[in-house]
Design a protein around this ligand. Sequence first.
Ligand code: 13P
Length: 275
Amino acid sequence: MDKSERSENLVKSELLRACKLLYRQKLVYATAGNVSHRCGDSIFITATGTSLGYVTPDSLVRLDMDGNVLEGGRPSSEYRMHLAIYNKFPKIKAVVHTHPTAATTLACLQTPIKTTLLAEAELFLGEVACAPYADPGTAELAEKMIYYVHGSNACLLESHGLVTWGATMKEALYRTELGRLPERAHGERERLRADSHAQNRQHREEYLSGDHAHRVRYLAFRSGGDHRRRVGLRAGAGTAQGVVLLPEGLKVRGLVVEDLHDLLAVHHLLNIAVQ
Ligand code: 13P
């Protein structure tokens, strides 16, 4: 076996291993998703309609850099997207297109992945581009995607999925995995927020049924019923008094309350109201 044959076999086995890993991790479903690896002046890519969980060496197609088939059957319909990435970034050796639930949901909502939420994601994934919708498997999708990609290592495809790339297959895979992390953290944060909203509602009901009710109603009345503004808080230093400062534009600029506990209660309630 000569050197080029050895490296070709290595590329193929890495590609097959990556496909199965993606399937096991539920980053792709059914026959969705496709993966490719560069091999000299050509690429190996999964055949169209392949389930990544069941790939075999026969599931791979070899293409030249213009998209002509050199070996195998019909390539993934997304071959243009893969080639656009290799042709734009010569150091890139692997491209992974998946449909991870969280990232795909964001892609459907046209919401970027906030990699800045997590240090690791920001460091290794960086900014994730967002490409507007084009039908899967079309030249238009490849053109739109590559147009929106500049310094990024990944791109969300609107109402479709995620594509990542790397100088090695591992790097491309890690980036796909990392694409899930900020979204999970975001989801978890939202869940916690929802919990604390529920708790806040309970507190509000408690406050409103107690001694503080008239103060809050007074404040709501004097502020023209507009609760939806941030409220500044200034406590009287060292005293049992304080002032709730209302932002500009509201009718009342300040309200003196009798003790710090009241002050915090009012502030707390207003904060709930503006969330
Ligand atoms: P292929 O089966 O042609 O690779 O297409 C799957 C897919 O995910 C399209 O975006």
